[in-house]
Structure formats: C-alpha cells, structure tokens
Design a binder for this molecule. Structure first.
Ligand code: NAD
Length: 256
C-alpha cells in the first residue's frame, strides 16, 4: 500500500480542543495541509479565529468554535456545529490543557481543581461526547489524547499537572479497552518540551537552554516534530493501534 493512501486524512473532520495555539494548532496545521477539515475548538475564541483564518489562507478548511471543555453544554453544541458545517467528527484531538506551577506544600485546592477540571474532567467529557456520537452513528473513529512525559516521570512544582497527565494516560487505556468493539481507537501522544504559552513560565530566561541541554537531541521540540505522530494516529496507518503511547521528546524522558 502506498504511504499516500495509508496516511490519507483528506476525508476526515478533526476536532482539536485548545487548537487555537501551540501544539494543538501545529497538529491542526499538519492535518489541514493534508486535506483534513479541522475544527479549532478553544476557550480563546479570537485567537482560534485568527488561527483558522491563517489555515484557510493557506488553502485549508478550518472552523473556529468557542469551547470551554469544562462546560458540557458547550461541548454538545461544538460537536453539533462542527457536524453541521464540516461533517461528523471522526478524529478528536484532546489537547486543551493548563499547567500550574507551585510547590506541592503550597498548592491551593482551587489551583489543584482547576488543573484537574481542564486536563482530566474536560478531556473525559469531550471524549465521551465524540464516542457517543460515533457509537450512535456506527462510525469508526480515532481519539488522540495529548498527555506529557511528566505523566511517568514528574518534575518538581508541577504535582497537579503531572497527576492530571497520568490520569489522562490511564483514561487512554480505559477508553481504548471499552471502545475497541465500536472501532474507536484511543491513543496518546506524550510530547517532551515545546515552547508554547503553557511552558513559558518554565522555559523563559535560562529555562529553555537548560531543558534543551537535558534533551539528548540537544534542542526543544517544534510543531513539525509532532507531524508524523499525529498523521499516524489520525489515519488508517494506525488501524491496529489502540491504547498506545507515542513519546515525542527528543529523548528527554530517557535522560541525558
Ligand atoms: P498552549 O497554552 O499554547 O495551548 C493550550 C490551549 O488550550 C490554548 O489555546 C488554550 O486557550 C486552550 N485551553 C485552555 N483551557 C481551555 C479550556 N478550558 N477549554 C478549551 N480550551 C482551553 O499550550 P500547549 O503547550 O500547546 O498545550 C497543548 C497541550 O499539550 C496541553 O494539553 C499540554 O499539557 C500538552 N503538552 C505540552 C507540552 C509542551 O512542552 N508545550 C508538553 C507536553 C504536553
């Protein structure tokens, strides 16, 4: 089989939560430039609209929708609108996420809850909505959860974030197990260190150089580094993969 057929995403509608910026946007750009219709579903609507317009100006099909993954009502209407304007969502990238930096002893219940609400509760609610519609319509699908290398090997001062990503990893396997019979595959990408709004507090100043030096490949990640993993998991090329994890970190998690 030709690679162009195996990795074909041109008939897919892909909804990317938090797709207005950073890693989510980079993955959406890859998919759109390969012919997928992409939905940038983000709480920051203006930014998502600007990103969708940029994709359209390159010839891609993109729609921005305001979505807070903490709101069940907004999740339902985001899928309704995606379906009405672009077609039924066959690939979900559960990418919206936030981080909070604090010493574990000082971490407030509010900060803990806010990280869990977006990274775990939100990801689960969006996956559930996507899967319910796929099961209802007897459509196969692919759900890609964006976890982190910190799910396995935490660093200091990000206890809530690391725990949330470990929960998302276990959720990946739980959902994969339950939904395999519906031909819904659920897999996970674990990025290492990429410069985005989320990592800015960690990478600003000397942080970027330090993290690059701790990475065997000697640099931080850029959007393009995720293109292969996302094309694999979004397409039929991963047809027999579910419950799997793909780490994209320049070797960071194996240590220098
Ligand atoms: P980012 O801040 O650029 O992107 C996060 C996006 O999520 C933003 O567009 C933001 O508006 C959106 N968002 C936040 N809360 C939301 C909510 N309640 N509902 C909907 N959208 C919401 O940061 P990023 O680094 O691109 O993060 C994307 C994902 O990648 C996150 O899940 C993050 O944990 C994960 N990740 C990032 C790195 C990295 O090095 N940057 C590493 C591992 C994992």
């Amino acid at each position: 089989m030709l690679a162009s057929e195996l990795f074909d995403v041109s008939s897919e509608v892909v909804l990317v939560t938090g797709g207005g910026s950073g890693i989510g946007l980079a993955m959406a750009q890859t998919l759109a430039s390969n012919g997928a219709r992409v939905v940038l579903a983000d709480v920051a609507l203006e930014r998502a609209e600007a990103s969708a317009a940029a994709i359209r100006s390159e010839g891609g099909a993109a729609l921005a929708i305001g979505l807070d993954v903490r709101s069940e009502e907004m999740i339902g209407s985001a899928f309704d609108r995606a379906e009405a304007e672009l077609g039924a969502v066959g690939v979900l990238i559960n990418n919206a996420g936030i981080a909070h930096r604090d010493k574990a002893a000082a971490l407030s219940p509010k900060a803990w809850r806010s990280v869990m609400e977006v990274n775990v509760d939100g990801a689960f609610a969006v996956a559930q909505e996507a899967a319910r519609r796929m099961i209802r319509d007897r459509r196969a699908g692919s759900i890609i959860n964006i976890s982190s290398i910190l799910a396995d090997r935490p660093i200091r001062q990000v206890a809530a974030y690391s725990a949330s990503k470990a929960a998302l990893s276990q959720l990946t396997r739980s959902l994969a197990l339950e939904w395999a019979k519906h031909e819904i595959r659920v897999n996970e990408i674990r990025p290492g260190w990429f410069e985005t709004g989320l990592t800015d507090p960690f990478l600003k100043g000397p942080g970027a150089k330090i993290m690059a030096a701790q990475t065997p490949m000697g640099r931080l990640g850029i959007g393009l580094d995720l293109a292969g993993a996302v094309l694999l998991l979004a397409s039929d090329a991963s047809r027999y993969m579910t419950g799997s994890t793909i780490t994209v970190d320049g070797g960071h998690s194996i240590g220098k």
